[in-house]
Every structure is written in structure tokens, then in C-alpha cells.
Design a protein around this ligand. Structure first.
Ligand SMILES: NC(=O)c1ccc[n+]([C@@H]2O[C@H](COP(=O)([O-])OP(=O)(O)OC[C@H]3O[C@@H](n4cnc5c(N)ncnc54)[C@H](OP(=O)(O)O)[C@@H]3O)[C@@H](O)[C@H]2O)c1
Length: 280
């Protein structure tokens, strides 16, 4: 069985490739797909250069592939046409199953960033291909900058209220995707991949304080206050709307749902919050 991974030069894709090798998939049965030959060089598997814009190159990259791990693209606003190209190429190349990295509760969530994932899930369902959807909650690593700011100021400012985030480490999600890609019986399944624990920002601040060894507090403000503070700090309107909008999603509980899906797939507990924070 041959498995291709897109976004293989990215942080998640690279880890998925490593996990497939660790799971016993032969390196010559793994195809790492990326848009840069330079960044693909050195990966210990077969490689193929194809951008999401180039259906012919994607089709050639997927030739002889049974399972495609379609790691969602990173160019927000471009992802629906890009993923459409990847799915069309998978069909043309005779791929059997696509594993897609989506977003939490993508079918129902109002969270910012979800619409492109919802549209991709719909494309997959309509494609006639077998599929598995792995809906990744937040990466704990998303908060690297928050930790850096807390180191400087001792404050973590959010408008998340008491909302919870069921984050896990990128490595955990990669292991989950690799388990689904290399395993059997996952066709037509939707997995909500999350950390084992959904934390509040009060708890997050306590974990950061423990890791840094200095006092850190969570300063909870309203959405309006948050926007005013960020605008006052010089952020442009679009960025302010994005940051506050994400916090409102967390306040609503859009990322709060901790499931057993990820720990079941990887056969171990997910990495504790403080352990990942220590690596940032
Ligand atoms: N759940 C979360 O918290 C969370 C957070 C961030 C992102 N995400 C999503 O998860 C995906 C993987 O995360 P990540 O951390 O691995 O992101 P990343 O490190 O930014 O990797 C993105 C990958 O997509 C590739 N890519 C981007 N545009 C492309 C194009 N037009 N054609 C071909 N390849 C293209 C990049 O190639 P290059 O190396 O050539 O740039 C890279 O390999 C992201 O793309 C995003 O959709 C989720």
C-alpha cells in the first residue's frame, strides 16, 4: 500500500511522514508531496514536487498511490480551489482513499477558519472516493507567541472568558493521522481529534507560570475591550477582528469538546499541556 502526504515540507506533514515510517510503512511506499524540491530534499522517502495550483503535477504525484493524506493548505482563502485540485487529481490518479485534516465540528461550527474545511469535507463526500476526516482541534504550539509575551509581561490577555480549548501537540495529531492512514477500517469515519484535557486560559496561565517559573496571570477582558487594546497596540483592523473572533469562538465553546478519538487512535494519552509548553 502506497501512502502520499501533501504539505510534507510543513510541520505537521513532516511528522506524519516520520510516523508512517515508524509504523512500519516502507519508505519506498511513502510519497512526500510538496511544492519545493529544495524543502523536500533529504526526506527519507519518495518525493514529488506539486503545488496545489497544478492539477497535472498533483495527478503525477499521486500515480500509484492508494491512500492520500491531504494536509489542509496554509493559504487561507485559497484552500477550497487548492483542495478541489488535490481531490480531482486523486480521482484522476486512481487513489482509493483520502484522509483530510479538517477543523473541529467543521459541519456545524461557527468558528472562524471553518468554512473552507466544511467546503472541503463536502467535496470529499461528493467525490466518490473513500475518505476519512480527522478534525484537528488547536495545536498547543499555536500559543508559542503567547508564551513569549507572558515571559516579557507576566500577562496573558484574552476575551475567551471561561471558554476551554482541547488542544494537543502537533506530534499527537500527526500520530493520529498516520494511524488512520496506515490502519484499516477508517473509511467513512469522522474523528474529532483533541487533547485529553480541555483547559481554560486561567489554567493555561498557571501552566505557563509553572513552565517559566515566574508569575503569569490571565487577564480576561470583554471582546470590545480586547479589540480596543489590540487596536491601541497598533494591530490593523483585520488582525484585530481575527484575534477577537477566534477568542469569541473559544468563549462560545467551539474548541471545548475533548474526545477520546485521538488517544484511542494513538494508543496513549495525549501530551500534557505543560509538557508541550516546555518545548516552545
Ligand atoms: N489546528 C490548528 O491549530 C492549526 C494551526 C495551524 C494550521 N493548521 C492547518 O494545518 C495545516 C498543517 O499545519 P502545519 O503546522 O504543518 O502548517 P505549515 O507548517 O505552515 O505547513 C503547510 C504546508 O502546506 C504547504 N503548502 C502551502 N501552500 C501550498 C501550495 N499552494 N501548494 C503546495 N503546498 C502548499 C506548505 O509548503 P511550503 O513548505 O512550500 O510552504 C507546507 O508544506 C495548515 O496548512 C493549516 O491548514 C491547523
Amino acid at each position: 500500500m502506497t501512502i502520499a502526504v501533501t504539505g510534507a515540507t510543513g510541520q505537521l506533514g513532516r511528522l506524519i511522514v516520520e510516523d508512517l515510517i515508524e509504523a512500519g510503512v516502507a519508505p519506498d511506499q511513502i510519497v512526500a508531496v510538496g511544492r519545493s524540491a529544495e524543502r523536500l530534499a533529504g526526506l527519507p522517502v519518495r518525493t514529488a514536487v506539486a503545488s496545489y495550483e497544478d492539477v497535472a503535477a498533483l495527478t503525477a504525484a499521486f500515480e500509484g498511490v492508494d491512500t492520500l493524506v491531504l494536509v489542509s493548505g496554509s493559504e487561507v482563502g485559497q484552500r477550497v480551489p487548492q483542495h478541489t485540485n488535490a481531490i480531482e487529481a486523486a480521482k484522476a490518479a486512481g487513489v482509493t482513499r483520502v484522509v483530510y485534516t479538517s477543523a473541529p465540528h467543521a459541519d456545524t461550527s461557527d468558528l472562524l477558519l471553518v468554512p473552507e474545511h466544511r467546503a472541503t469535507e463536502e467535496l470529499l463526500r461528493a467525490s466518490g472516493l473513500a475518505w476519512t476526516i480527522v478534525r484537528n482541534n488547536w495545536y498547543t504550539e499555536n500559543y508559542a507567541q503567547t508564551v513569549a509575551q507572558a515571559r516579557e509581561t507576566g500577562v496573558i490577555l484574552t476575551s475567551t472568558g471561561t471558554g476551554r480549548v482541547a488542544s494537543a501537540s502537533r506530534a499527537d495529531y500527526a500520530a493520529g493521522a498516520a494511524a488512520v492512514a496506515a490502519g484499516e477500517g477508517h473509511e467513512g469515519r469522522v474523528y474529532e481529534l483533541t487533547g485529553d484535557v480541555a483547559w481554560t486560559f486561567d489554567e493555561f496561565a498557571a501552566a505557563v507560570a509553572e513552565v517559566l517559573g515566574t508569575p503569569v496571570v490571565h487577564q480576561a477582558v470583554s471582546a470590545d475591550e480586547h479589540a480596543e487594546i489590540l487596536g491601541g497596540a497598533g494591530l490593523d483592523e483585520g488582525t484585530v477582528g481575527f484575534v477577537v473572533g477566534l477568542d469569541q469562538g473559544i468563549a462560545r465553546g467551539d474548541l471545548a469538546d475533548a474526545t477520546a478519538d485521538l488517544r484511542t487512535l494513538i494508543g496513549r494519552p495525549t501530551t500534557p499541556l505543560a509538557e508541550t509548553l516546555r518545548t516552545l
